[in-house]
Design a protein around this ligand. Structure first.
Ligand code: SF4
Length: 699
């Protein structure tokens, strides 16, 4: 009432993947002035975290782009231009470079920030018009290992579980997830479930995170050794006969091969590698193995690793051998990062084709080509470069032009000193972003100002496959435009687009996606949904086929998986130590993560006073004993140095980290990624952001 709200507009939060339902209050003048949670009875029951509460402030945040910009050379001054000039230039440069160097001399890196309808349209433009193989999302930095692990174990991406599993599980084990800070509303829901039914919470994390402090058991493993721990837990379960052999026999491939490898990881051997007590491994295995239902959740501690994909498969192994997939309270649930990381996985065609179709499958290529009215031979028959391989390809001269959409690699990529030099090698770069001041824009020739959350319509998919609607409640500032409009206008500059359809309204794009989601034998059905129904039901979980009244809570409840024989794959996974471990010269493990006030590279949250004042500066957590040895006091500034670069941060003394580890939040520019190495997982190509070594110098 104080803020004179005239109308409340329904939306889903545009920050993390929890997918909280909210309403934005708009006043008489059409200005967003307040945000409140919606008690949807599904995700957040009216609650919001600190980011959600201040989300309406986004529309007036500083640093927005309001006009397209162009320049001939990077580091010259940008000139404001009209949209036609900027779009003509972008299309002409891409065509010139493809004519001269070949179709795959260009690359596109997208994001988990767009609306799903925008992803779909971008995918159509990239695959159907530009025709390059090198199209990926920034999800390679956060979720690629989960995607890869799900595909290897179950034959398809798609988290099988849901939040409702908290209300049914008898044991929850979390790997590398600091839920209370990263996904506070999910944590709240878990906490309420635990208060009703006292089930054990086990947190595996090298650091004593907030989540670890709330746990019944905390396993502070040596960084990067989660695969060993998981194999050892499986070892104990199998040795003590705690597995669900009926489920394994009926629904799993390759049990004997997995068992042979797991056999080597007895608790005594594993304890030495993981740095935890062997009896604790046995204890945890017995709790998990004996629970009627048990679930595992994980976030970046598993994914951002040189064996992230194997770690995900090992979690899936654990749940398969105990029969904990597709049943209430029994699941492998990857807690996603960005608000629409799931949407890009599902529909963007990055690293594949829409609806989890695969470039490698001729049937899938033909199906999509026919639907889009393009030649199937135009689609590349295999996956192209991932984001982490695109930058080395620029360095080697293979990629000459780059289009960055709503992501900020100049802060988010590992080893920034190298990335900075790499970008200077490009003949042409275009950045499309809501924020003119995102660091990556400094390296572009053309800047296209996009609209952000609240300034356009579309759906987002959350961690539990819930598709929810984010309505427009305010106009984009100046001459900035919704990304869907930008993609459609660019498509017009390729002749082939004349024979394709590029609908202008998000709801029409959604209807097109619905048609493409039909077909037997596939999981990703949305044909039963519509924008209207999604808003009425406050989000719907896919699959939802035509004629069904609501969505589906769990996948694989019938024990049928997306593999050729319908059985899940148990994976034989050996551990190889391959990180940059601490040594005499660089004696500390470097660990990184999120804080609750900020989202990713702070392009949004760094502008919002109420968030920024709680977390304004980069800091380092250091153990007081280690600090004393180095003569470092609380709030001293120190220089962290790695083999790649250095960063100055403030010291915070805390027993959250062991003596040989420091931790810093990853959000800040020229900070952790000036130091990080970014060794890649061989399956997912995701970087190991959390396992490398540094030394500390006083400044
Ligand atoms: Fe938004 Fe995530 Fe906070 Fe919910 S928990 S309000 S989705 S940032």
């Amino acid at each position: 009432a104080d803020k004179k709200v005239k109308e409340w507009k329904y939306a889903v939060c545009g920050y993390c993947s929890t997918g909280c339902s909210l309403e934005v209050g708009v006043n008489e003048q059409g200005r967003p002035v307040a945000t409140r949670g919606v008690d949807d009875g599904k995700v957040n029951t009216g609650k919001l975290c600190i980011k959600g509460i201040f989300e309406h402030e986004l529309s007036e945040s500083s640093g927005r782009g309001v006009q397209p910009l162009m320049r001939d050379r990077i580091f010259d001054d940008y000139k404001p231009v009209e949209w036609d000039e900027a779009l003509d230039k972008t299309a002409a440069e891409f065509k010139r470079i493809q004519d001269k160097y070949g179709r795959d001399s260009v690359a596109i890196v997208s994001t988990g920030q767009l609306m799903t309808e925008e992803f779909y349209t971008l995918g159509k433009l990239v695959r159907g018009c530009i025709g390059t193989n090198n199209y990926d999302g920034n999800t390679t930095l956060c979720m690629a290992s989960a995607v890869s692990g799900y595909k290897r174990s179950f034959g398809s991406d798609g988290p099988p579980g849901c939040y409702d599993d908290f209300e049914h599980t008898d044991c929850l084990m979390a790997f590398g997830s600091n839920l209370p800070e990263q996904h506070p509303i999910i944590y709240w829901r878990l906490k309420e479930a635990m208060e009703k039914r006292d089930f054990p919470l086990i947190v595996v994390d090298p650091r004593v995170t907030m989540f670890a402090q709330f746990a019944d058991i905390h396993l502070p493993i040596t960084p990067g050794t989660d695969l060993v721990l998981l194999n050892a837990i499986a070892h104990v379960i199998l040795k003590e006969g705690l597995q669900d052999q009926d489920y394994i026999d009926a629904h799993c491939n390759d049990f004997e091969q997995m068992k042979d490898v797991v056999d080597k990881y007895d608790p005594t051997t594993a304890a030495k590698i993981c740095g935890i007590d062997e009896d604790m491994i046995r204890h945890v295995a017995r709790i998990y193995g004996r629970a009627n239902s048990a679930m595992s959740i994980w976030t970046m501690g598993i994914n951002q690793s040189t064996h992230g994909s194997d770690g995900v498969c090992a979690i899936n192994n654990l749940n398969l051998i105990t029969g904990n997939i597709g049943k209430p309270g029994g699941t492998s649930l990857s807690i996603t990062g960005q608000c629409n990381a799931m949407g890009t996985r599902e529909w963007s065609a990055c690293s594949g084709l829409p609806g989890y179709r695969m470039l490698e499958k001729e049937k899938d290529r033909k199906e999509v080509a026919e639907f889009w009215n393009v030649d199937a031979d135009f689609f590349p028959p295999k996956v192209g470069l991932k984001e982490t391989d695109i930058f080395p390809a620029i360095e080697s001269g293979q990629i000459k032009a780059l289009w960055i959409v709503a992501t900020n690699p100049m802060t988010s990529m590992p080893n920034l000193p190298r990335i900075r030099k790499t970008l200077e090698n490009l003949e042409f770069m275009v950045v499309q972003d809501g924020y003119r001041d995102a660091e990556t824009t400094e390296y572009a020739h053309v800047y296209l100002p996009g609209a952000v959350w609240g300034e356009k319509d579309g759906v987002l998919t959350n961690t539990e496959r819930r598709v929810n609607l984010a309505n427009k409640f305010v106009e984009p500032p100046g001459n900035s435009k919704p990304d869907l409009w930008i993609f459609n206008e660019l498509a017009k500059r390729w002749d082939v687009s004349q024979q394709m359809k590029f609908p202008a309204a998000a709801s029409d794009v959604f209807d097109e996606m619905k048609q493409l989601s039909k077909g037997d034998g596939r999981t990703l059905h949305i044909a039963g949904m519509s924008h209207k129904l999604i808003e009425q039901q406050r989000g719907i979980q896919w699959p939802m086929k035509e004629g069904e009244e609501t969505g589906t809570q769990r996948l694989y409840s019938d024990g049928h998986f997306q593999t050729p024989n319908g059985k899940a794959n148990l994976m034989a996974l050996d551990y190889i130590e391959n990180n940059e471990v601490p040594c005499e010269q660089f004696p500390f493990w470097m660990n990184s993560g999120r804080v609750v006030e900020h989202f990713h590279t702070r392009t949004k949250t760094g502008k919002l006073g109420n968030l920024n004042k709680y977390s304004p500066t980069p800091y380092m957590e250091i153990n007081p004993d280690a600090a004393e040895q180095l003569g470092i006091r609380s709030m001293d500034y120190v220089r962290l140095v790695s083999r790649r670069g250095d960063a100055v941060v403030m010291a915070q003394l805390t027993h959250r980290v062991p003596r040989n580890m420091v931790f810093i939040p990853f959000h800040f520019h020229d900070c952790v990624n000036h130091l990080s190495l970014g060794l890649l997982d061989p399956h997912s190509r995701q970087p190991a952001f959390k396992q490398f070594s540094v030394k500390i110098e006083k400044v």
